[in-house]
Design a protein around this ligand. Structure first.
Ligand code: WTA
Length: 701
């Protein structure tokens, strides 16, 4: 793929999302309802003491103690190789037994997964812990005996939201295989590039799924994945296909004998088989999750078994208030980190029932989520600001119609504006539920900032203070801490490690150090964690009361509807179109999705193709390389890019033009006249391409 070569230093958009982010006025505090407090897991104010700075790192023992260890750990934290950390050193455990087997004595017949298919008439399907145990064991036997996979091998999973997705993940975990789930909405090509990076020779996929009333042929993506993997130097020799309806093929794409196998055709051989779970070192990687950064190449965030699982179990208990009797629904997609941590691993580690919904929240109408929640008895509900805005816009009165009783409402993925927050609180929660705004990242494994639901008051538009044991700071460009309440924005950092922090970037430890720790490192030779604050890449404000307001990314990551897309990745895709000489992608504010990508392209000299045709190809190239989720809101074919004298494209200027805001100082440009021309072009013409209609929301991050 072009544009993947050595990167120029992160071409800062400068306007950054922080600047164009809405600046809401400071809201007043709302106490949590007493009915919530009286039943909450973490209602004892002594918890603050237990998780105070002075108790670091031992406080996290409380999280690790939620798990069953095959061999107890000897040390909570080894930081002698900072910023590479090892948590719960010496311990051994298996993630699948922690999420399944240990619940069997008390909860075998309780639902573990409640699957709600999208078709409106389809009833929910309950999978008990006993059944989950059987299905995970059979799949593990298949992966071990048919695919000959052994602990440490990587498996790429490219699947929609069906129960077979967590079943496959847990089967991998049972064997110590490292799963790498790629969001089902990404293209096959995107999945294949990630498979190559991780070195997976097995791809697990599905034939089809329902989305927005349409049966989507998902298996059609597999060939592109195999080809892209091969181009990346990785042969995929086995493609395993789950059938959406067992015994039937819902995909029209031909299968390649020898490479492609229907899982249903094989599972019979492993019927009733149990597989001895492999006791893994606490530091053994559990999974990789690729995420976008400042370069065109996605990063494989590597998460550990012991630290990660402890952290998601602990935060699911403390912040999501989950316990075994809960029915909990997180409307994210398992293909993103939120789904890994807070649909699969956290809730199942605690023995709760986790709801998995196949389709679009607004299908067939915006009352659907509330009907599902009522029917399944959901008490804790979790979604993104984009979904909240969408449900509010399309069905403001809907939540009240169905009589849901939520006790806790969670949001994640983007800043939520106070207006949307209040609708969530009043209309969805009826003013009886606590609303928690959680801030964190793929890299961080679990929640870093949130109000502690029974102990902190809520503040619309702010995520909370640090989660238990997390003590965030906001630093200025020189590494000085900006005091709380000063009203100055800076970079949010975590000055200490925590168990959910990724271990490294797969195959690229230097990039891990460079990206997250170099900026504020005080001494590169230091092996003390105090020298290595974690740089999150988000702008933030710290209020006098210690609550954090996240302003948005300070790099080239565009947060579209809570999904992270790299501007550089989209630009690389644009450059695949032969007529395109240069491409720049900028985030533009959007009422529903927070931000959307807008593309500017300049064409090679002498290209005679009509701009509309080039724009169409650019859109297609982006959809092929990344997926529909990255489809630009508009493609502008411009005569030239605004550039510095050294030839760097000034994205800040393009973003300013697109957002109708200030373009900043343009006097240093090599070609200031081009700014006028682009402004005139955008004002006089409709964009060369517009989306064909309202784009769908892709669930939550
Ligand atoms: C943004 C998703 C404001 C932020 C869990 C972060 C948020 C990026 C919030 C990570 C929030 C996430 N308020 N912004 N509550 N939560 N973000 O890796 O910019 O998909 O850096 O992880 O989403 O996105 P990611």
């Amino acid at each position: 793929m072009r544009g993947n070569g050595p990167e120029a230093p992160a071409a800062r958009t400068e306007i950054t999302e922080a600047e164009i982010a809405a600046h809401w006025k400071e809201e007043s505090l709302l106490p949590p309802p007493p009915e919530f407090v009286s039943q909450a897991n973490m209602r004892d104010p002594a918890a603050r003491e237990r998780f105070s700075r002075e108790r670091f790192p031992d406080c996290f023992r409380e999280y690790a103690d939620l798990l069953r260890w095959d061999r107890p750990f000897e040390r909570v934290l080894a930081s002698d190789r900072a910023p590479f950390y090892r948590w719960f050193v010496g311990g051994r455990l298996n993630a699948s037994t922690n999420c399944i087997d240990r619940h069997l004595p008390l909860h075998a017949d309780k639902p573990a997964i409640l699957f709600q298919p999208e078709p409106a008439e389809a009833p929910p399907v309950a999978i008990s812990y006993r059944e989950l145990h059987r299905r995970v064991n059979e799949m593990a036997a298949l992966l071990r005996d048919h695919c000959r996979l052994v602990a440490g091998d990587r498996v790429t999973i490219h699947m929609p939201m069906v129960p077979e997705l967590p079943i496959t993940m847990l089967a991998c975990a049972r064997l110590g295989l490292v799963h790498s789930v790629v969001f089902g909405g990404f293209s096959g090509e995107a999945a294949g590039r990630r498979a190559a990076d991780s070195g997976s020779r097995v791809l697990v996929t599905s034939d089809a799924f329902w989305r927005n009333g349409v049966l989507v042929d998902h298996f059609a993506q597999a060939e592109g994945a195999v080809v892209a993997a091969r181009e990346g130097g990785q042969e995929i020799d086995t493609v395993l296909i789950w059938s959406r309806e067992p015994g039937r093929s819902l995909s029209r794409t031909p299968e390649l004998p020898g490479r492609d196998t229907r899982i249903d055709d094989l599972l019979g051989r492993y019927s009733g088989r149990t597989v001895e779970p492999v006791a893994m070192d606490s530091e053994a990687p559990l999974f990789l999750m690729y995420t976008s950064g400042t370069t065109g190449r996605p990063k494989g965030c590597q998460h550990s078994t012991g630290g990660y699982l402890s952290y998601v179990a602990g935060t699911s208990r403390a912040i999501l208030d989950l316990r075994p009797e809960d029915v909990y629904w997180c409307m994210a997609d398992i293909g993103w980190i939120t789904g890994h941590s807070y649909i699969v691993y956290g809730p199942l580690a605690l023995g709760a029932a986790t709801v998995l919904y196949e389709g679009l929240p607004t299908f067939p109408d915006p009352g659907r989520p509330w009907r599902i929640a009522k029917q399944l008895g959901v008490g804790v509900f979790h979604t993104s600001p984009t979904a909240i805005r969408q449900l509010r816009r399309l069905g403001p009165e809907e939540p009240r119609k169905y009589g849901c009783r939520f006790r806790l409402l969670v949001t994640v993925g983007e800043p939520i504006e106070p207006e949307a927050w209040r609708w969530y609180y009043r209309e969805v929660g009826g003013g009886r539920a606590v609303v928690v705004d959680t801030w964190w990242q793929t890299e961080t494994g679990g929640i870093l900032c949130a109000t502690w639901p029974a102990l902190d008051a809520m503040k619309p538009g702010s995520t909370g203070p640090g989660a238990p044991g997390i003590h965030p700071v906001v630093l200025d460009e020189h590494g000085q801490e900006i005091p709380a309440g000063e009203g100055r924005a800076g970079n949010i950092c975590i000055p200490h490690p925590w168990p959910g922090l990724m271990q490294t970037i797969w195959g690229d430890p230097d990039r891990y150090v460079e990206q997250y720790f170099r900026k504020y490192n005080r001494d590169p030779a230091s092996k003390d964690w105090r020298a290595w604050p974690y740089f999150a890449g988000d702008g933030a404000l710290l209020a006098a009361d210690g609550y954090v307001r996240i302003l948005g990314r300070v790099d080239d990551v565009i947060n579209v509807a809570g999904h992270r897309l790299g501007a550089k990745e989209i630009e690389s895709a644009c450059l695949m179109v032969p007529e395109v000489a240069e491409a720049a992608v900028v985030p533009v504010a959007d009422e529903l999705k927070g931000r959307v990508p807008v593309v500017f392209v300049a064409l090679h000299h002498g290209v005679t193709e009509p701009p509309g045709e080039v724009a169409r190809r650019v859109v297609l190239a982006v959809e092929t390389a990344i997926g529909k989720i990255a489809r630009p809101k508009a493609v502008h074919v411009v005569p030239d890019m605004p550039k510095t004298r050294s030839g760097k494209i000034l994205r800040r200027v393009l973003a300013g033009i697109s957002n109708g805001s200030d373009t900043g100082d343009t006097s240093t440009l090599a070609n200031p006249e081009v700014v006028e021309r682009i402004v005139a072009q955008l004002q006089s013409t409709r964009p060369a391409t517009k989306e064909d209609g309202p784009q769908e929301t892709e669930g939550t991050p």
